[in-house]
Ligand binder design. Structure first.
Ligand code: TXA
Ligand code: MG
Length: 328
């Protein structure tokens, strides 16, 4: 009925409303404090519903067969059923069919696609639990559905189907480039996934140009081993800092700095666990009186590419090599 509902998905909580209503889209932008040129993903309950809203192609159905329902968003040419307000004025629209049963049931009951960005206030980390969503959205929406913690913890992989039948990766997620290549012959990675946009450069995905997932205090990523990280901690003197560390390294840091606030990022090789924890850790840091958060720079491979992408954005590209050189 044009109202706003926060609902769980397997990736992060969404802030949903009727995808066919311009008025509903405007309410979403206003509740989030989001610029209205940043388009919304429309959520469907089965892959075939994409026909109502977009010009599909055989590649879409190949992707759907392999990855839907699930954490994949596909961008295609929009049909007029999706108002310009929902798609941020673009000629394309992003479609996703979530796997979470509550999300699926909600879309079915609504009997219309649900437009939904992540249910965070613009600029803060995406909510991965109902309590995150409540702290950002209570009082701004008509309903919040508590579905517990999100299984994946980072937002969906976004790909665009290009006119020549290739795919462009606009946002990495749980579904990796390697997996996409089992379905598409060519997957190119948009520059903004790993690099800073040069001034004047246009982001393919409007959301990429905004500062993202940002904790309230400074976040710096360390490109180095645990000794490099330890040296950097020492160089920060009296700053109030927290260190996000791989489980294998925690005892090492605790022995060196018994006073240091250390947060577990999960095992070094378990990117699935790290993804689940990332946004929650950043929010937890917001609750502490800190000057600086330090975290290891992930390796941008497999699902590590998604962690890398979220973390360089959250850190506003402040990456320090363990020799102390700043690349930013
Ligand atoms: O996992 C997810 O995708 C979550 C859950 C709720 O489904 N949603 C989500 O939405 O992350 P949002 O709005 O926070 O991020 C969507 C991103 C934005 O960066 C937006 O600019 C981009 O997708 N996007 C949406 N439609 C697009 C389009 N037609 N062309 C290019 N980029 C688009
Ligand atoms: Mg978002």
């Amino acid at each position: 009925n044009g109202g706003l509902v926060v609902f769980p998905t397997e990736t992060v909580y969404g802030l949903g409303a009727d995808a066919t209503s311009s008025e509903a889209a405007r309410k979403i932008y206003s509740a989030k404090g989001r610029p209205s040129d940043n388009p919304l993903i429309i959520h469907i309950s089965s892959p075939g519903e994409a026909e109502i809203y977009t010009e599909t192609s055989p590649l879409y159905y190949k992707l759907a067969e392999r990855f839907m329902p699930g954490p994949l968003t596909v961008i295609m040419k929009a049909k007029p059923t999706v108002p310009f307000a929902t798609r941020g004025g673009l000629s394309t629209v992003a479609v996703r069919c979530p796997e979470n049963p509550i999300a699926n049931a909600l879309i079915k009951k609504a009997a219309v696609a649900i437009a939904a960005p992540s249910a965070n206030l613009s600029g803060s980390p995406s909510p991965t639990s109902a309590s995150h969503a409540i702290s950002d959205m209570m009082g701004r929406v008509d309903m919040i559905i508590d579905g517990g913690a999100c299984e994946i913890g980072i937002e969906s992989t976004i790909v665009k189907i290009e006119d020549d039948g290739s795919l462009t990766l606009l946002r990495p997620g749980k579904i990796t480039v390697e997996e996409l290549l089992t379905v598409a012959d060519v997957v190119s990675i948009a520059g903004a996934v790993t690099d800073k946009l040069k001034s004047g450069e246009r982001a393919l995905s409007p959301g990429m140009k905004y500062r993202h997932y940002a904790p309230r205090c400074e976040l710096v990523l360390i490109d180095g081993d645990r000794q490099g990280i330890a040296d950097y901690v020492l160089s920060q003197g009296k700053k109030r800092l927290a260190l996000i560390a791989y489980d294998e390294d925690i005892a090492f840091f605790e022995a060196k700095y018994p006073e240091l606030k250390i947060m577990s990022f999960g095992p070094a090789t378990d990117e699935t666990e790290q993804a689940k924890r990332l946004f929650s850790l950043l929010r937890e840091c917001d609750g502490l009186e800190l000057d600086l958060i330090l975290a290891p720079l992930p390796t941008p491979k497999g699902m590590g590419l998604a962690l890398y992408n979220r973390m360089i954005h959250a850190a506003a590209h402040q990456i320090i090599k363990c020799d102390g050189e700043i690349n930013g």
